[in-house]
Ligand binder design. Structure first.
Ligand code: CA
Length: 619
């Protein structure tokens, strides 16, 4: 045999082996990885992924589980199994067999757990809550051992504002008492799921595995433990979910089940970010397509929720986390960017399974009407019904930024707050709005307020006492600064004291400056008072037109009444109260909440320069 022929034959032999190996049928993953008995919806769709798995015929034999349908897609490496779980199905583990003729080529175990029927679970949040928003990579590094993990591309680099800094779930667990002491009742953490993108992965918004906590944050088990610990302490958990896009490095990146799994464009096409297009009665189809089908970013693949398999994948994933971890609520990212009919379907399904659950949507728009469109029970002209229980009140945020910076005028300064609240008639229920001065995507409020502590105190008082439920960004309590103009990393700085070896530990009074302690104590007192006073949570709001730089409003609930006054004058003011006679009728004295001073008459009140005042009225 000639040498070349031998080499040729050997090559054919090896190539043959390789082909055989590559074609070996297997199962690499099944999503969802487990499910529950006792769910209100009896459907379960399994995505089975593995080499040539579509060349097999699946079979299962478990009482109460019916393999209703098997869906083949374009890629040979997927099968979608539609199961029906009958009401009598018992928890347990069964085998799914993948057969070729009579031969079983792969078998996989699948587990159905018993749904936790504890009535204390999944009860959502409401105006009685105050939410602490934190970004786990930047809050506290409780476990330096997981900073860099095998297979995770983006390595810790504390010097890079856009790099990973090592914060994690252990860091959150270590500071739950700190958050609770501040008076917060719930934590919204930005995404903790795996984001294994090579760069700028710390924020977690380019998820590469919807079923797995990023190992640099911890494990699924540890996340669940954190939630249980929070519940023991009386804190709620709000999970950040992202349905519009996933990271471009998701496991399916080179092997999409169908070509339309993502919204495809001939070349990269960005969303126009004009969320209002979705509700605009005059919008062009061109703009609508670019808004909803355009990609949020190059690293964020735009999922096509019009494909029912994609829709099911996302819906089941959210239910899986609610059930697995015992979530109280969800914050949904970029709410208007996925298909709105899909989002309504998702909400309907969640509320069917968990009638008391809450989801707060990020609808980043300037006008109350644009926000109102997305809120549950809104009667929209186009007939759209979102079923979304809560939205964040961005218009009020922008009003806050102006209110405490601008000169007072007929329609400037505090009048901005009055004007936005006067639009509340557009909402099905304005009490379902999440209110905030900043979040992880904006300059920090103390920076926006030019580091004016008095303005900050007024803004915090307003958030704690007007309608809606407040959200505050970690570090607000220690007056952290950050300018969005410098880049996102600068508004998401590490919390001082969160890292081993930090020279300053602002988690303790000793580590805070006198000004930081003043702010911390102010906010802690304010929120702890709010927590125990339903009048500022559920109370009816009556406000008076801003006059001479003073904004006065009342909250009233079940015989309790509170008067709130914001004075933006940079000098003390004696405020005559006759204008508010109707609201003060029957009340003789009052007691201030923060200063704990008694007011022996309600004819007039002395207001300190540039400051808030909360008065509990007494008969
Ligand atoms: Ca760590």
């Amino acid at each position: 045999m000639k040498k070349t022929t031998l080499i040729f034959l050997l090559l054919v032999f090896f190539a043959g082996t390789l082909t055989t190996r590559a074609q070996k049928i297997n199962v690499k993953r099944i999503d969802p990885p487990s499910w529950w008995t006792g769910m209100k919806d009896s459907h379960l769709q399994l995505m089975v992924y593995g080499n040539n798995i579509s060349k097999t015929t699946p079979q299962l034999n478990y009482p109460g589980v019916i393999l209703h349908d098997v869906i083949h897609v374009e890629s040979p490496n997927y099968l979608f199994l539609d199961l029906i779980l009958k009401p009598e199905v018992k928890p347990g583990t069964f085998l799914v067999l993948f057969k070729k003729g009579k031969r079983t080529v792969v078998k996989v175990q699948y587990t159905l757990n018993k749904k936790d029927d504890n009535p204390k679970l999944h009860n959502g949040f409401d105006v009685s809550d105050a939410i602490y928003l934190l970004m786990p990579d930047r809050f506290a590094n409780g476990n330096p051992a997981n900073d860099n993990m095998p297979g995770m591309l983006d390595k810790v680099n504390l010097k890079n504002p856009n790099g990973r800094h090592g914060g994690d779930i252990q860091g959150i667990m270590d500071h739950l008492d700190y958050i609770k002491k501040l008076g917060f009742t719930a934590i919204w953490s930005t995404p903790l799921l795996e984001d294994n993108m090579p760069k700028v992965s710390y924020h977690g918004y380019a998820i590469t595995d919807y079923y797995k906590i990023d190992p640099r944050f911890g494990t699924n088990k540890q996340y669940k433990e954190m939630v249980q610990m929070m519940h023991k302490k009386g804190l709620k958990i709000i999970m950040d979910m992202v349905f519009n896009h996933c990271g471009t490095d998701y496991f399916w990146k080179n092997d999409l089940p169908t070509h339309d799994w993502y919204n495809q464009w001939p070349k990269f096409t960005r969303s126009n970010y004009h969320a209002g297009v979705v509700s605009d009665p005059h919008a062009s189809n061109y703009d609508y397509r670019h808004m909803v089908r355009g990609w949020f970013d190059q690293t964020m693949a735009d999922l096509n929720q019009d494909n029912p398999l994609v829709a099911n994948y996302l819906i089941q994933n959210s239910i899986w986390w609610i059930e697995y971890a015992g979530l109280d609520g969800v914050r949904q990212d970029t709410y208007p960017y996925p298909y709105k009919d899909f989002m309504a379907k998702w909400m309907k399904r969640l509320l069917k399974e968990y009638p008391n659950f809450n989801v707060v949507g990020e609808v980043w728009m300037d006008y109350p009407a644009s926000i109102a469109y997305w809120l549950q029970n809104k009667r929209n002209k186009d007939g759209y019904q979102s079923h979304l229980t809560n939205v964040f009140d961005f218009p009020l945020t922008f009003a806050i930024h102006k209110a405490f910076n601008e000169n007072e005028g007929w329609n400037t300064g505090l009048a901005r707050l009055y004007e936005v609240l006067s639009q509340d008639f557009v909402y099905s229920n304005p009490m379902n709005l999440g209110i905030f001065a900043d979040n992880h995507d904006m300059s920090r409020i103390f920076t926006i307020l030019h580091k004016n502590l008095n303005s900050w105190k007024m803004a915090m008082t307003f958030l704690a006492t007007t309608r809606g439920f407040p959200e505050m960004f970690y570090g607000t309590e220690i007056l952290m600064t950050g300018d969005k103009g410098q880049g996102d990393g600068f508004i998401r700085k590490d919390f001082p004291g969160g890292w081993p070896g930090d020279s300053i530990n602002a988690f303790t009074p000793q580590g805070r400056t006198p000004e930081q302690n003043e702010a911390f104590n102010f906010l802690s007192k304010l929120l702890n008072w709010r927590k125990n006073h339903p009048v500022v949570q559920y109370g009816k709001l009556t406000h008076y037109i801003v006059e001479s730089g003073v904004y006065v409003y009342f909250r009233e609930y079940k015989g309790e009444k509170v008067m709130v006054i914001l004075n933006r004058n940079n000098k003390p003011v004696t405020l005559g109260l006759s204008r508010f006679a109707k609201d003060l009728n029957g009340y003789k004295t009052g007691r201030t909440v923060m200063e704990e001073k008694s007011l022996d008459n309600l004819n007039s009140i002395k207001l300190k320069a540039s400051s808030p005042l909360i008065v509990v009225l007494k008969k």
